[in-house]
Design a protein around this ligand. Structure first.
Ligand SMILES: [Zn+2]
Length: 317
């Protein structure tokens, strides 16, 4: 999707004027581990509609900082799918692989404030505690032997984090239970939690709309935002779409890639899943017409405190 200079200028102008007009900035931030599936369309569509209904900006960020999990060509396929489904983003796509300097600086700042420490625990030592961390290395100031591969963990100070989720209502998490989390991985890669927090601040994100499968990350990200003096966005955690076994649709359980031809029926089903009062007349519209209608009818009310939606409950009638 090569844009001309003029198009680029127009996009930047729209982006800036939208930023001026609305205090809302949303984002969709997929990892390029495979093409988008119906579950990821739900997250993209909901964050898009929530932003557009508020006359806000909607940004796309490709979270490509975990090469071992990535699939070549997936970023382009994801952007192509967003385009086909009419989910046009503002400004340029941000790629996390271009942001390593910012992550490095943030990690140095955390270390400088003694808010991060080296963890030399092995997977075997932690096996009976994972995914929570028991804090074995918390008082450690160095890894002992500098050559020893080690992770860096954030000291979350056993805080209790309470936040108001726009869909799931008040949420309370104990960081003492979740444990200090990794901000830099033993394999030399920056961790998801650190990169997300740094980029949400960098992009001025005010609202995060994403799947409830990520709700455990939210208290971690909030403690990190507070430690770094960053703004905390509002959160809305969507119910996830589940397959016939009750598992979340995901690349791991081989959810089908979104069709790139004839997107209207799939978009209509996604709108239905999000509780929009769709009817067959809407289904006969173009993608653009469907999205304009959806913006006008957008509300989080039908999703209140829902955690899952069986895919089988969604039919084209
Ligand atoms: Zn440790």
């Amino acid at each position: 999707m090569q844009k001309s200079k003029k198009d680029k200028w127009v996009t930047e102008f729209i982006h800036k004027s939208l930023q001026k007009r609305s205090p809302y900035t949303g984002r969709f931030a997929p990892s390029p581990t495979g093409p988008l599936h119906f579950g990821s369309l739900i997250a993209a569509l909901a964050s898009y509609l929530d932003a557009r209904a508020a006359s806000g900006c909607w940004l796309v960020r490709i979270e490509d900082i975990d090469p071992p999990r990535e699939q070549p060509g997936a970023s382009d396929l994801i952007l192509k799918a967003l385009d086909v489904y009419g989910l046009h983003w503002d400004g340029e796509v941000l790629y996390q692989h271009q942001r390593l300097g910012a992550y490095r600086d943030t990690l140095a700042a955390l270390k400088g404030e003694a808010l991060a420490y080296p963890c030399i625990c092995t997977r075997k030592e932690l096996a009976s505690y994972l995914p929570n961390y028991p804090g074995f290395c918390r008082s450690r100031t160095d890894a002992g032997c500098p050559e020893l591969a080690h992770a860096i963990r954030f000291n979350a100070m056993d805080q209790v984090v309470v936040f108001q989720d726009r869909i799931q209502k008040e949420q309370s998490f104990s960081l003492e239970e979740l444990g200090d989390f990794v901000v830099f991985r033993k394999d030399g890669l920056f961790a998801y939690q650190l990169a997300v927090v740094v980029d949400d601040e960098h992009q001025g994100v005010t609202d995060i709309v994403r799947g409830i499968d990520l709700i455990d990350s939210t208290p971690r990200q909030i403690t990190l935002q507070k430690a770094l003096g960053f703004h905390t966005p509002r959160y809305a955690h969507l119910p996830v779409i589940t397959n016939e076994f009750g598992d979340k649709l995901s690349k791991q359980n081989k959810a089908a890639a979104l069709p790139l031809k004839n997107p209207e029926p799939t978009l209509w089903l996604a709108m239905k899943a999000l509780g929009l009062p769709v009817d067959s007349a809407i289904r006969n519209g173009s993608v653009e017409e469907m999205l304009i209608w959806a913006q006008q009818h957008w509300s989080l009310s039908p999703l209140q405190q829902q955690t899952s939606i069986p895919e089988a409950s969604l039919t084209l009638d």
